[in-house]
Write a protein that binds this ligand. Structure first.
Ligand code: ATP
Ligand code: MN
Length: 537
C-alpha cells in the first residue's frame, strides 16, 4: 500500500475507517491528475470542449428505493420512517461495511477532503473515498474545496465510502438488490455500492444536512437554487427535478449562490451547501443557456452524453443513453457568482412546477397560506420519455419539493419556512415552467424566454402595480400584463382552444391536490387547508 498526493498529517484510513491492505491511495488529486487516470483506465474520454465524458453504467439516475437510514437511538424517534426513509439495521451496516473493507483489499482508492456549507458556522468536513477517479473528481466539483493548509490539518466529521464496483448480496447484506446508499447518523458515515451514479454522493450529504440542520441547529434546509441581484436582494427557486432550478438561477444579471441545496438560518444567512453545480444537458444550447454551456470546459464532467458521429464533440440532443444527461462543474466555472456562496433573507421565493397538464398559470402570486399549501404539496409532473413505462404525464407530489432527501417529517420544514415567510414578509410566486396551450400532447412547453421575463418582472418589482385576476379553481392571482411576455399566455385558460377541456383538466388536477393533501390535513391549520384548490363538479 503506497500513498500519493496531498495527505493531511492526521489522515489515517486504517484508524479512521478500518481500511487496510489497500492498493495505492491517491490523496486529494488535482482535476488534471484525475482526468488523466480516468482516461488511462479507459473510464472516460476528453471532449473537444476540454470536459471529460464518462458513463455511469447501469444507473443513470438515483435509486430512491435503495436508499436506507440506519435505525438506532439517534434516528429512531426523529426520522419520518416509511417508503422514503427506509430502515437499516445497525448490525447489518457493520457486516456490510466489513464486506466492503474486504472487497477493497488490494484495490486502488482515491481519497478526498472536502466540506459542505459555505457559511462557516455550519461548515461540515467530509472525507470521500472512492474506487473511481471520476467519482472522486465529482466530489471535488460538487463539495467545497479546502485550501492546502486546511487539508494539512483536516479532521473529517463525515465519511463517504463509495465502492461503486462492489455488489451487495441481498440475502447476506439485507439490501433490496445489489446497489445501495446507506446513511448512518451515529457513525457519521455514508456507504454506497453497486451504483456509479454520482448524484448518490451529492444527495447523500444533502440528506445528512436535511436531518442535522433543522433537527439540531434550527436551520431550514432547502431543495432550491439561489441568486442575488445588484442591490443585494436574494431570490430562492424551489422545485423538483427538471423544473428549472439550475436553468433559472443562472442569470447574467444576478450572481449565483448555488443551484440546488441551501440553508437559511435564524440570522438571515442563506448559504449554499455545495461548491459546484450539476446541470442537465439534454438539448442544451449556447443561445438558451449560455452560462451553463460555457461552464462545460476542462474540469467539468459530462455524464452519459452522446457524440456527433466520428468526433469528440458532444451532441446534447442525444438522449439514447438517458434523458438525464448531466454535467458537474465547480461553481467558479460560472462568471458571476457570490463569494462566498452566501446571501441574506430572500425578498422573493419562486416555487417551480412543470405542469404537464398545462392548467397552472405561468406565474401567479401566492398568499402566505397558499405558499404553505403549495410547499407541503410539492407538485410537479413527470412526462413520457424520462422513465420506462411512462406514456401519459403523471402527477408527482413530493413534500417541500424534495421529499426523497428529507429525513424529517415535512411539517418540520414547512413550519420553519412558514415562520420565515411571515417574519421577513417574503413574496412567494408559483411558476409553471411546464405546458401551455393544452396538455402535454397538444400544447407546448412555455418558452424559457417568457419564463425568464416573468421572473425578471417579479424580481424588479415591475408586477407590483399591475392588476391581478384570480382563477376559479386554484384561486391563484395572475398578473394581467407582464413586460416582454404576450398577455394571452398569462392566463392558461386563454391558451386552450377548448375551454371546457381546460376546466375538466384543471378540476382533475385540483382533485389530485386535494387527495394528496389528505395525509397532511391533520396538523395543518384551517387557513392553510382553505388554500386548497376547488374541485368544480
Ligand atoms: P434537478 O433537481 O434535477 O437538478 P432542476 O430543477 O435544476 O433539476 P434544470 O436542470 O434547470 O432542473 O432543468 C430544466 C430543464 O427544462 C432544462 O433542460 C431546461 O432547458 C428545460 N426548460 C424548457 N423550458 C423551460 C422553462 N420555461 N423554464 C425552465 N426550464 C425549461
Ligand atoms: Mn439542478
Amino acid at each position: 500500500m503506497e500513498e500519493f498526493g496531498k495527505r493531511g498529517s492526521n489522515a489515517n484510513l486504517k484508524e479512521d475507517l478500518g481500511l487496510k491492505n489497500l492498493g495505492n491511495v491517491y490523496w486529494n488529486m488535482s482535476p488534471a491528475e484525475l482526468v488523466e487516470d480516468t482516461i488511462l483506465l479507459g473510464e472516460g474520454i476528453l471532449t473537444d470542449s476540454g470536459a471529460v465524458a464518462i458513463n455511469t453504467g447501469k444507473f443513470t439516475g438515483r435509486s430512491p428505493e435503495d436508499r436506507f437510514i440506519v435505525f438506532d437511538d439517534t434516528t429512531k424517534d426523529a426520522v419520518w420512517w416509511g417508503k422514503i426513509n427506509k430502515k437499516f439495521d445497525s448490525d447489518k451496516f457493520d457486516a456490510l461495511y466489513n464486506r466492503i473493507k474486504a472487497y477493497l483489499v488490494g484495490k486502488d482508492v482515491y481519497a478526498r477532503d472536502a466540506y459542505a456549507c459555505a457559511d462557516d458556522n455550519y461548515r461540515t468536513n467530509i472525507r470521500v473515498i472512492t474506487d473511481l477517479p471520476w467519482s472522486n473528481m465529482f466530489a471535488y466539483n460538487m463539495f467545497l474545496r479546502p485550501t492546502d493548509e486546511e487539508i494539512e490539518n483536516f479532521t473529517p466529521e463525515w465519511h463517504i465510502v463509495a465502492a461503486t464496483n462492489f455488489l451487495a448480496d441481498p440475502e447476506i447484506d439485507g439490501t433490496r438488490q445489489e446497489n445501495f446508499a446507506i446513511i448512518d447518523f451515529t457513525r457519521k458515515m455514508i456507504i454506497i455500492g453497486g451504483t456509479k451514479y454520482t448524484g448518490e454522493i451529492k444527495k447523500g450529504i444533502f440528506s445528512v444536512l436535511n436531518f442535522v440542520l433543522p433537527h439540531e441547529r434550527n436551520v431550514l434546509s432547502m431543495h432550491c437554487s439561489a441568486n442575488v441581484g445588484k442591490d443585494g436582494d436574494t431570490a430562492l427557486f424551489f422545485g423538483l427535478s427538471g423544473t428549472g432550478k439550475t436553468t433559472l438561477s443562472s442569470d447574467p444579471d444576478r450572481r449565483l449562490i448555488g443551484d440546488d441545496e441551501h440553508g437559511w438560518d435564524e440570522n438571515g444567512s442563506v448559504f449554499n451547501f455545495e461548491g459546484g453545480c450539476y446541470a442537465k444537458t439534454i438539448d442544451l444550447s449556447a443561445e438558451k443557456e449560455p452560462q451553463i454551456y460555457e461552464a462545460i470546459k476542462f474540469g467539468a464532467i459530462l455524464e452519459n452524453i452522446g457524440f456527433v458521429d466520428g468526433t469528440s464533440t458532444p451532441d446534447y440532443s442525444d438522449g439514447s443513453i438517458t434523458q438525464n444527461t448531466r454535467v458537474s462543474y465547480p461553481i467558479y466555472h460560472i462568471d458571476n457568482i457570490m463569494e462566498p456562496s452566501v446571501g441574506r433573507n430572500p425578498r422573493n421565493i419562486f416555487f417551480l412546477t412543470a405542469d404537464a397538464f398545462g392548467v397552472l398559470p405561468p406565474i401567479s402570486k401566492l398568499t402566505k397560506e397558499q405558499a404553505m399549501y403549495h410547499f407541503i404539496s410539492g407538485y410537479t409532473a413527470k412526462v413520457a420519455g424520462t422513465e420506462d413505462g411512462i406514456t401519459e404525464p403523471q402527477t408527482v407530489f413530493s413534500a417541500c419539493f424534495g421529499a426523497p432527501f428529507l429525513p424529517l417529517h415535512p411539517a418540520k420544514y414547512a413550519e420553519l419556512l412558514g415562520n420565515k415567510i411571515e417574519s421577513e414578509n417574503v413574496n412567494v410566486w408559483l411558476i409553471n415552467t411546464g405546458w401551455s396551450g393544452g396538455e402535454y400532447d397538444v400544447g407546448s412547453r412555455i418558452s424559457l424566454k417568457y419564463t425568464r421575463a416573468m421572473i425578471t418582472a417579479a424580481l424588479t418589482g415591475e408586477l407590483d402595480n399591475i392588476e391581478f385576476v384570480t382563477d376559479d379553481i386554484f384561486n391563484l392571482a395572475m398578473p394581467t400584463a407582464c413586460p416582454n411576455v404576450p398577455t394571452e399566455v398569462l392566463n392558461p385558460r386563454n391558451t386552450w382552444e377548448d375551454k371546457a377541456a381546460y376546466d375538466r383538466k384543471a378540476s382533475h388536477l385540483a382533485q389530485q391536490f386535494v387527495k394528496n393533501f389528505e395525509t397532511f390535513a391533520q396538523g395543518t391549520s384551517a387557513e392553510i387547508l382553505a388554500a386548497a384548490p376547488k374541485v368544480l363538479v
